[in-house]
Design a protein around this ligand. Structure first.
Ligand code: FE2
Length: 221
């Protein structure tokens, strides 16, 4: 009987972890024994699945769901170096999120992590001004859940391994718990978006500070 219960337990754990960033924040290490910035991160390597090579990525992108029905939003900001002041050049930001039904929807032709992250994903890369922007729809909570709606972000800097930062969350989301609002050490800075309407579209700003509260980050103050 016990092995059967264990099997069910592991099946549930695998199911719950389908949104990828089931990270513990514990430090990991690679094959060479050096510290992995941000700890082990299941699915962070999806950042390497962009259709364009990194050098051809733009600072602005539109996610594939933008033309679908739903609340359109423009999210933009500056990515800063660990000093919190210097705009960070050449930083790739990968984002993915659920569709309007709360699913990581696929189209059937996905490969690699796209099978789990779905087709609603994007890659942008900062220039010297650190600026990034993407257009998408506000995602929905997981089906039949009170999980706050969120967008997963993963960062890749030139000379460092990829790592996750705090999810983009929505300040007006009734499912956003107080403890999440008041969490003391958000990775990369707070991801809670305060949206406003302008010219018929929601807008929000999130600045990101590289390495902030990210374990193993070498330059963080
Ligand atoms: Fe998720």
């Amino acid at each position: 009987m016990k092995p059967f219960i264990l099997l069910i337990f592991f099946a549930i754990m695998i199911s719950v972890s389908s949104c990828s960033q089931t990270n513990t924040g514990k430090q990991g290490s690679n094959k060479n024994g050096s510290v992995i910035i941000g700890g082990n991160c299941e699915g962070c390597e999806a950042i390497y699945e962009s259709n364009l090579p990194f050098e051809k990525l733009n600072a602005v992108d539109t996610l594939p769901d933008f033309k679908e029905t739903g609340p359109k939003i423009e999210i933009s900001g500056i990515i800063y170096e660990a000093d919190g002041r210097t705009p960070a050049n050449n930083v790739v930001l990968y984002v993915y999120h659920t569709d309007q039904q709360g699913n990581y929807a696929t189209r059937g032709n996905e490969k690699g992590w796209g099978k789990r992250h779905g087709y609603i994903r994007s890659w942008v890369k900062t220039g010297k001004n650190g600026f990034y922007k993407f257009y998408t729809l506000v995602p929905a909570s997981y089906p039949n859940s009170k999980n706050p709606k969120h967008i997963h972000p993963i960062i890749k800097e030139d000379d460092k391994n990829e790592y996750w930062i705090d999810e983009f969350l929505f300040d007006d989301d009734p499912y956003l718990p107080e403890e999440e609002r008041n969490r003391p050490k958000p990775r990369g800075g707070s991801g809670i978006l305060k949206t406003y309407m302008k010219d018929g579209m929601l807008r929000a700003t999130r600045h990101i500070i590289l390495g902030m509260n990210v374990p193993g980050y070498p330059d963080a103050g």
